[in-house]
Design a protein around this ligand. Sequence first.
Ligand code: SDX
Length: 449
Amino acid sequence: MSDPAAPKTVNLRYGDESVELPVLSGTEGERAIDVSSLRAKTGLITLDSGYGNTGSCQSAITFIDGERGILRYRGYPIEQLAERSSFLEVAWLLIKGELPSRAELAALREEVVRHTLLHESFTQFFSALPRDAHPMPVLAAAVGALATFYQEPESEQLIHDSCIRLLAKMPTIAAYSYKHSIGQPLIYPQNSLDYCSNFLRMMFATPCEEYATDPLLARALDLLLILHADHEQNCSTSTVRLVGSSQANLFACISSGISALWGPLHGGANQQVIEMLQSIADGDGSAERFVARAKDKNDTARLMGFGHRIYKSYDPRAAILKKTCKEVVGKLGTSSRMLEIAMKLEEIALSDEYFISRKLYPNVDFYSGVIYTAMGIPVNMFTVMFAMGRLPGWIAHWLEMRADPAFRIGRPRQIYQGATERAYIPIEKRGEGPVSRLARRHARASAGA
Ligand code: SDX
């Protein structure tokens, strides 16, 4: 909680100058130096590669205490939401700020169900893409393309409808991208099914065979989506905010968030984790040997799904997923080989000085892939699942940024380290310099011409 006795300003001395800067506090006691007047007062800017110590905004959506492993959406602990809520209810909570009433939740479900279909010309969109395209660029392109179907002038109603359309159509786009990649016909949404059952059916039904969703899998997927729904100013959410600060259209901003999430250090890690577990299973099966490689600076191996910029203790989402993993694998009777290797890696790493000293713990990606695999979801769809989950968080942050009275376009500064001023050199006065292979080939071609 905020400490009323904490100083309200900080004094910065630079040479024989000194400047006083305000310190502001959050509702959970976090404090920040407001440096917005620093350059005007001192000519100095701040520099913080990777923004490890820099706040980009004030937000009321999600609170994380990385030291204590706390994650709350609008004040509600993730453990309680995981146990008792649903993904659509959490989506409303993140976007609106309060838990919905029974009628509000029913109305949300009804609105989402009415928008699950894609415009029929999307089928040509998918068929234009290579069969072996990774589903993440397909998802980013398709979400961006939604902007071409809804081009009315921006209004509060259009923004509301765009939020609903995204929540409704993301699973359809995701399932379509999968069906396209395996050469199967697209399966249309079925409005009688709940959000997760509808997605699983679009993924696994075929015109020849129905797919009856196991309620255990639908509940496990709903839990996975809740756990991924928001995580304050992570890389992809900060991307959505920055792109949105130019007043770009919501679909374009969400598409940029999807692209940022694809990175293997961010949302792409869940795919990397399963590939890591599979490589251990297919190799000598030695978790010990792999952990040794992950510690070796001369080895590119990393213990994927471990470590976090904010959590310096166990990621609370990983703890919930580890428990769910055991339940799903146990009840389905699927192979627990991946889970066993993951748990062995965790056991070794959490007792190893290298990981302990760097406060590296399992993060949300470490166990999620084991559950997706048990559901039959292919590895290259794992990050798409992450995007489906993170969507309400992206929307909530985009709306919060747009409603912020201090809203202005994001435009960071830099410290220039390039050449100082120099005069142009006419080409005839430039030495030969290191002639590139292309230049030599071009010179031979023109000599032979
Ligand atoms: C997500 O921001 C969010 O909230 C993200 C997310 C969300 O919900 O949006 O939580 C989702 O992206 C989770 C993170 C998924 N990524 C991975 O699991 C990839 C593996 N983890 C790392 O690459 C790394 O831990 C990061 C990217 C997650 C965090 O990187 P940092 O904070 O920049 O830390 P760092 O790379 O500077 O590492 C500090 C030290 C280094 O060693 P030294 O230079 O001190 O000797 O720890 C080492 C790193 O080499 N290290 C690891 C490691 N992670 C960090 N060594 C081995 N294996 C790892 N996984």
